[in-house]
Design a protein around this ligand. Structure first.
Ligand SMILES: [Zn+2]
Length: 432
């Protein structure tokens, strides 16, 4: 690992420039928040992409807009517009890419400020997407603009992208771009995703996800003579019993080498997302007396880098097959809804060490390496782009994401912009 003096020769002018651009950083964050890029349905992607692209074009970036045609949700009304901006130093060298998603989730209830007003109060910018992740996007843009304007000698290239649909899986955003080579060497060598994972933490990866629907089946009959039918709900209760007594204890025993934060998420986990059996809940008047012939449950299983997706599925299937053997009348259906493999970058790799070193320089304390309990677009960079040297680092408190009165601290944005500028410079200098 390079020492800080060698990694950051004469970077003080860059840090001073970033300090001097605090008002500009706040204004850019506010401008981004004021475009309500709510997903679903995926609104206002084009003006948001153009705000990013036209600003960077004026600063010498080559800007490309790409519509992910035919991806989920894409239509002429809601086109999946992505923007990739590239700055070339003119000297051979690697490429560092900063990727931010431009979509936000719906505001929901409970706000005390306008969720799309970009209110600045007591050193915080409020709004839907302030922390997840328009504050991080703005910080990365100010960081790189300052780095370029400072006149420090930089080899290689820097890219900044604003991509669609991260909140709905990234299929119209990073996944689509990665399939077309936008996140692979030799075009790109190192990726930083400014998701809100706290200003002193380097996030090297995330757990895997498996969502599935389990259906138990029965036979309909009159509710006064349930012995003439077969209750799908009672069959499902046998599944739940197995979960309680076998699956949950087994999952709780599994501990990961992944440094997942918070600690509670360092094991395998299972959430029962929803459960429904029998008649729908939208009938008028009273329900009819019926034995339920179907019961459906959606499960959300989060798994560790030590587990394989096949094992995760097999564990649930084995449990259901045991019931087929042991429980008279038990039949089931199993349908996969969504699957994401876990991913983890090398914490001793270039992007993680450069960012950690920059955190130490800017904040004066060591960086913490973590993994995220949930997923984000790193999976696509890794699995589709085949680029391992990717981390998440950005301002904002993870717990505030998707909450009412979401905010990002101006001090955190300034500090993270400095970290991103130093990390980018160090990464470019590595092979320059
Ligand atoms: Zn996010």
């Amino acid at each position: 690992m390079p020492d800080s003096a060698a990694a950051f020769p004469s970077m003080d002018p860059v840090l001073a420039l970033i300090d001097g651009r605090e008002d500009e950083l706040v204004a850019l964050t506010q401008d981004l928040i004021r475009i309500p890029t709510i997903n679903p349905p995926g609104d206002f992607y084009r003006p948001c992409a153009e705000l990013i692209g036209e600003r960077l074009r004026k600063r010498g970036f080559e800007v490309t807009y790409l519509r992910a045609e035919g991806t989920p949700g894409d239509s002429d009304r809601y086109p999946r517009i992505n923007v990739v901006a590239r700055w070339e130093s003119g000297r051979a060298g690697p490429c560092v890419h900063f990727n931010s998603h431009i979509d936000v989730v719906e505001p929901g209830a409970g706000w005390t400020v306008d969720p799309f007003g970009g209110v600045l109060k007591d050193g915080r910018v409020y709004g839907r997407g302030a922390c997840d992740m328009k504050g991080g996007l703005a910080a990365s843009m100010i960081a790189i603009e300052a780095l370029i304007d400072s006149g420090v000698e930089l080899p290689g290239a820097i890219e900044i992208s604003g991509t669609a649909d991260e909140e709905s899986g990234g299929y119209g955003g990073v996944a689509w771009l990665a399939e077309r080579g936008w996140f692979s060497p030799p075009r790109v060598d190192h990726v930083i995703i400014p998701e809100p994972l706290n200003v002193d933490r380097v996030c090297i990866g995330h757990r895997g996800v498996w969502w599935a629907e389990i259906e138990t089946k029965g036979r309909i009959a009159h509710g006064s003579m349930p012995f003439l039918g077969d209750s799908a709900i009672r069959h499902m209760s046998a599944v739940l019993e197995k979960f309680e007594h076998e699956l949950y204890p087994a999952l709780g025993e599994r501990h990961s080498q992944m440094p997942v934060a918070p600690d509670g998420a360092r094991t395998s986990s299972l959430n029962i997302n929803s459960l429904h059996g029998g008649q729908g809940e939208d009938f008028l008047g009273l329900p009819a007396p019926l034995v339920a012939d179907s019961c459906r449950m959606i499960i959300d299983r989060r798994f560790l880098i030590e587990e394989s997706l096949e094992d995760v599925k097999g564990e649930v299937t084995d449990l259901l097959e045991t019931l087929v053997r042991d429980r008279p009348g038990f039949t089931y259906g199993l349908r996969e809804l969504f699957a994401v493999a876990p991913t983890m970058a090398d914490r001793d790799g270039p992007v993680a060490t450069a960012t950690a070193e920059a955190i130490r320089r800017v904040l004066g304390r060591p960086a913490q390496f973590i993994c995220s309990p949930g997923t984000y677009d790193q999976k696509h960079v890794d699995r589709i782009g085949k680029l391992k040297d990717c981390i998440a680092y950005g301002p904002g408190v993870l717990d505030l994401a998707h909450q009412p009165d979401e905010w990002v601290g101006v001090d955190d944005m300034i500090a993270s912009a400095k970290v991103m500028a130093l990390a980018a410079a160090a990464l470019l200098a590595r092979q320059g």
